[in-house]
Design a protein around this ligand. Structure first.
Ligand code: WT7
Length: 669
């Protein structure tokens, strides 16, 4: 394995054509972005259309210090624009109307299609008009629960065109989770599809939406309109046949088929001019208290940041084909499937299926089919694919690849090297992009033509980003060292608030260290100034790139009448990165048996989603607690990995509990 000192130089051929071709050039540009943000971002803003021009005196203002007043960030205040206009109309006017915006590749290899910029604009206008006819106005929230189909992109941009705030929920979340999110943002319109095939599995999305809407109705909130894409009948099922009749139940007066309203609507729709600081979208992310947080992004700054990070981090050039495998329901799908690529008039692949269908080489097959030049995926996918024979990669022509991206969790050096050698033929740059739903776009990352790479290091800040490492007392760690990863000023893409909950925004991200945005991650700076993200420092865990909190899983487990108390910790997992290890104390009347185990796993799937299913559930007649009753999770983490080096346990109320739990580890643990 490479050490921290092992450095991989970018391919000189790549550096030669790259926008930023040396570390020196990166450093100069970075310094300018910090010293003179007005100048740096102002120049970038010139490529875009501003209906009301930018006022240089109100370019950028913020307060990150809770002791000095409310936290806020404003970029380009007073300027107006429309994102869909900049992504579509502007590109069509610039001669890119016939350029392919998306190649859509279905779950089944027989299914594919494409959409040009001109056609995408028309479809967006049509849906915009339909939404308006349903009474959707500027500022209204629209809930979206969709698979990876072109209509998902159309939906996002139609909302942006009329100033509605889209709120996508990953279509792997359960009906309960979706309902909770619809209720929180009070969406009266929902957009979905009848269903989708993912590999061999059929997901009945509309049925899940029906359950969510019923749950909302019980709580007194009615979804008034549900627009449904009829998708299943136009695609090939895994057995090669087509579904003939659509059995999706539709509720009269509420549910409408997309194909019955959208094609009829007009292909022109004048965009709503939005203030730079008007909301663009919200997206929920897990919080350590359990209740999801509605991260809110606004218009002007997000546009600049999505566009600029996409251009430089992937070094996208006009004839490249780019592919990001992330689902549209996550922030990566928002910024790097939709907004960033379209702002650069890029051609992208939008893939509906899984890496494993029909075979475990589907990713490489798709890369060679579309001659992909930039490929962006998650470490968990890389680790899953590494397990298969090398021949599955080698048999495909991957010579068009230039940049390989990684996102979602730290990438282990072994996976990094496999990606670099086997997929990238030691010619591609790997960009290990660290960022969060909250940051809107990449904040730490190498630039492909400029930065010598170290496997596992997110490396350097993007333009305009100022990372700082702090120790527990809030003192800055300069030079080498490890600490809390925080940022001392906003960049244009930073979230502005949590929807309807500015207090929680301030307390979650700004209270711990006044003057800084706190990521919740730890990081280390090495002797060469590279940053290495070491993982969460709070009670969050990251399963296959899905962030969740121990608290939300614990609260679901204790809903079960047989569970008196639950404690959940993260355990390292070879493919998923981390998995859930749960300790359960049963109630007096309940028995810890296979039925309970099955019920609890099912309950978590139902309440949160399949990705949250625990790997291990251990019977814990007692939990290790301090005298004041606080569960000592650090000990539970040791038990989960069977590491008896538990450290000091003298503060426990009953230290015998520790040995009991070690000896009662389940056979499957
Ligand atoms: C958390 C944010 C950003 C899109 C996907 C996740 C972890 C993300 C990396 C990376 C180390 C990473 C962090 C972060 N994370 N990328 N390259 N190296 N850790 O978005 O669900 O908001 O999760 O993912 O812990 O805080 P998210």
């Amino acid at each position: 394995m490479p050490s921290e000192k092992t450095v991989y130089q970018p391919n000189p051929a790549l550096s030669k054509i790259a926008y930023v071709s040396s570390l020196n050039q990166y450093q100069e540009m970075y310094q300018r972005s910090i010293d003179n943000p007005e100048d740096f971002w102002g120049e970038i803003a010139k490529q875009f259309h501003w209906e009301t021009p930018i006022d240089i005196n109100k370019f950028f203002r913020y307060n990150f210090d809770v002791t000095k007043g409310p936290i806020f960030t404003k970029w380009l205040d007073g300027a107006t624009t429309n994102i869909s206009y900049n992504l579509l109309d502007r590109n069509v006017r610039n001669g890119n109307g016939d350029k392919v915006a998306f190649y859509w590749e279905g779950n089944h290899p027989d299914d594919y299609s494409r959409l040009t910029y001109k056609k995408l604009l028309e479809e967006v206008c049509r849906l915009s008009n339909v939404l308006k006819s349903k009474g959707v106005q500027k500022g209204d929230r629209v809930a979206v629960y969709m698979p990876m189909i072109l209509e998902a992109v159309v939906t996002i941009l139609a909302c942006a065109r009329i100033g509605a705030v889209h709120s996508l929920v990953f279509a792997g979340f359960s009906a309960d989770s979706f309902a909770e999110r619809i209720l929180d943002c009070e969406a009266r319109v929902l957009i979905t599809s009848d269903g989708v095939w993912r590999g061999e599995k059929l997901l009945q999305l509309k049925n899940i939406c029906d359950q969510s809407m019923a749950r909302c109705a019980q709580k007194g909130h009615n979804v008034e309109t549900c627009i449904v894409v009829s998708h299943l009948q136009r695609v090939t099922a895994p057995n090669g046949t087509q579904i003939k009749t659509n059995k999706t139940p539709m509720q009269e007066g509420r549910d409408v088929w997309w194909h019955e309203v959208v094609p009829q609507a007009s292909t022109s729709c004048y965009p709503e001019w939005m203030q730079a600081e008007d909301p663009l979208f919200m997206l929920y992310t897990s919080g350590s208290t359990g209740k999801p947080k509605g991260v809110l992004h606004t218009t002007g700054g997000y546009l600049l940041y999505a566009a600029t990070t996409f251009k430089y981090v992937f070094d996208y050039h006009p004839n490249d084909v780019y592919w990001c495998t992330a689902d549209i329901g996550w922030i990566t799908g928002h910024t790097y499937v939709v907004y960033g690529p379209l702002a650069n008039a890029a051609t992208s692949v939008l893939y509906e299926g899984t890496p494993f269908y029909p075979d475990n080489d589907r990713f490489w097959e798709v890369v060679s089919k579309y001659k992909v030049s930039q490929f962006y995926t998650a470490p968990t996918a890389i680790r899953a694919l590494m397990k298969f024979d090398d021949s599955l990669v080698k048999k495909h022509d991957l010579s068009t690849l230039k940049v390989l991206g990684s996102v979602g969790e730290p990438i282990n050096p072994e996976a990094w090297l496999w990606y670099y050698r086997l997929v990238g033929h030691e010619k591609c740059s790997i960009v290990d992009t660290f960022w969060q739903t909250e940051t809107g776009g990449h904040v730490l990352t190498p630039l492909p033509g400029a930065c010598p790479m170290k496997p596992g290091a997110a490396s350097f800040p993007f333009f305009g980003v100022q990372p700082v490492l702090l120790d527990e007392s809030g003192k800055e760690i300069k030079g080498e060292g490890e600490g809390y990863l925080v940022f001392s000023r906003p960049w244009p893409g930073l979230m502005r608030t949590l929807y309807n909950n500015h207090d929680r925004y301030e307390s979650t991200y700004f209270a711990k260290f006044p003057g800084y945005y706190c990521t919740g991650d730890g990081a280390r700076r090495d002797a060469d100034g590279y940053l290495w993200v070491t993982g969460r420092v709070d009670d969050m865990l990251n399963v296959s790139g899905h962030l969740m909190s121990t608290a939300e899983v614990e609260s679901v487990l204790t809903e079960h009448h047989g569970v008196a108390e639950a404690a959940v910790v993260a355990r390292p997992h070879p493919v998923k990165g981390e998995c859930l290890y749960c300790f359960i104390s049963t109630t007096d009347t309940a028995h810890f048996d296979d039925k309970l185990l099955k019920d609890l796993k099912q309950l978590v799937r139902e309440r949160i989603g399949p990705f949250a299913q625990p790997d291990v559930i251990q019977d814990a007649p007692a939990l290790p607690k301090t005298r004041s009753g606080k569960i000592m999770r650090r000990i539970l983490r040791k038990i989960a990995v069977n590491d008896r080096d538990v450290g000091d346990i003298s503060t426990l109320a009953d230290s015998a509990v520790v040995e009991q739990l070690f000896s009662a580890r389940p056979a499957n643990a």
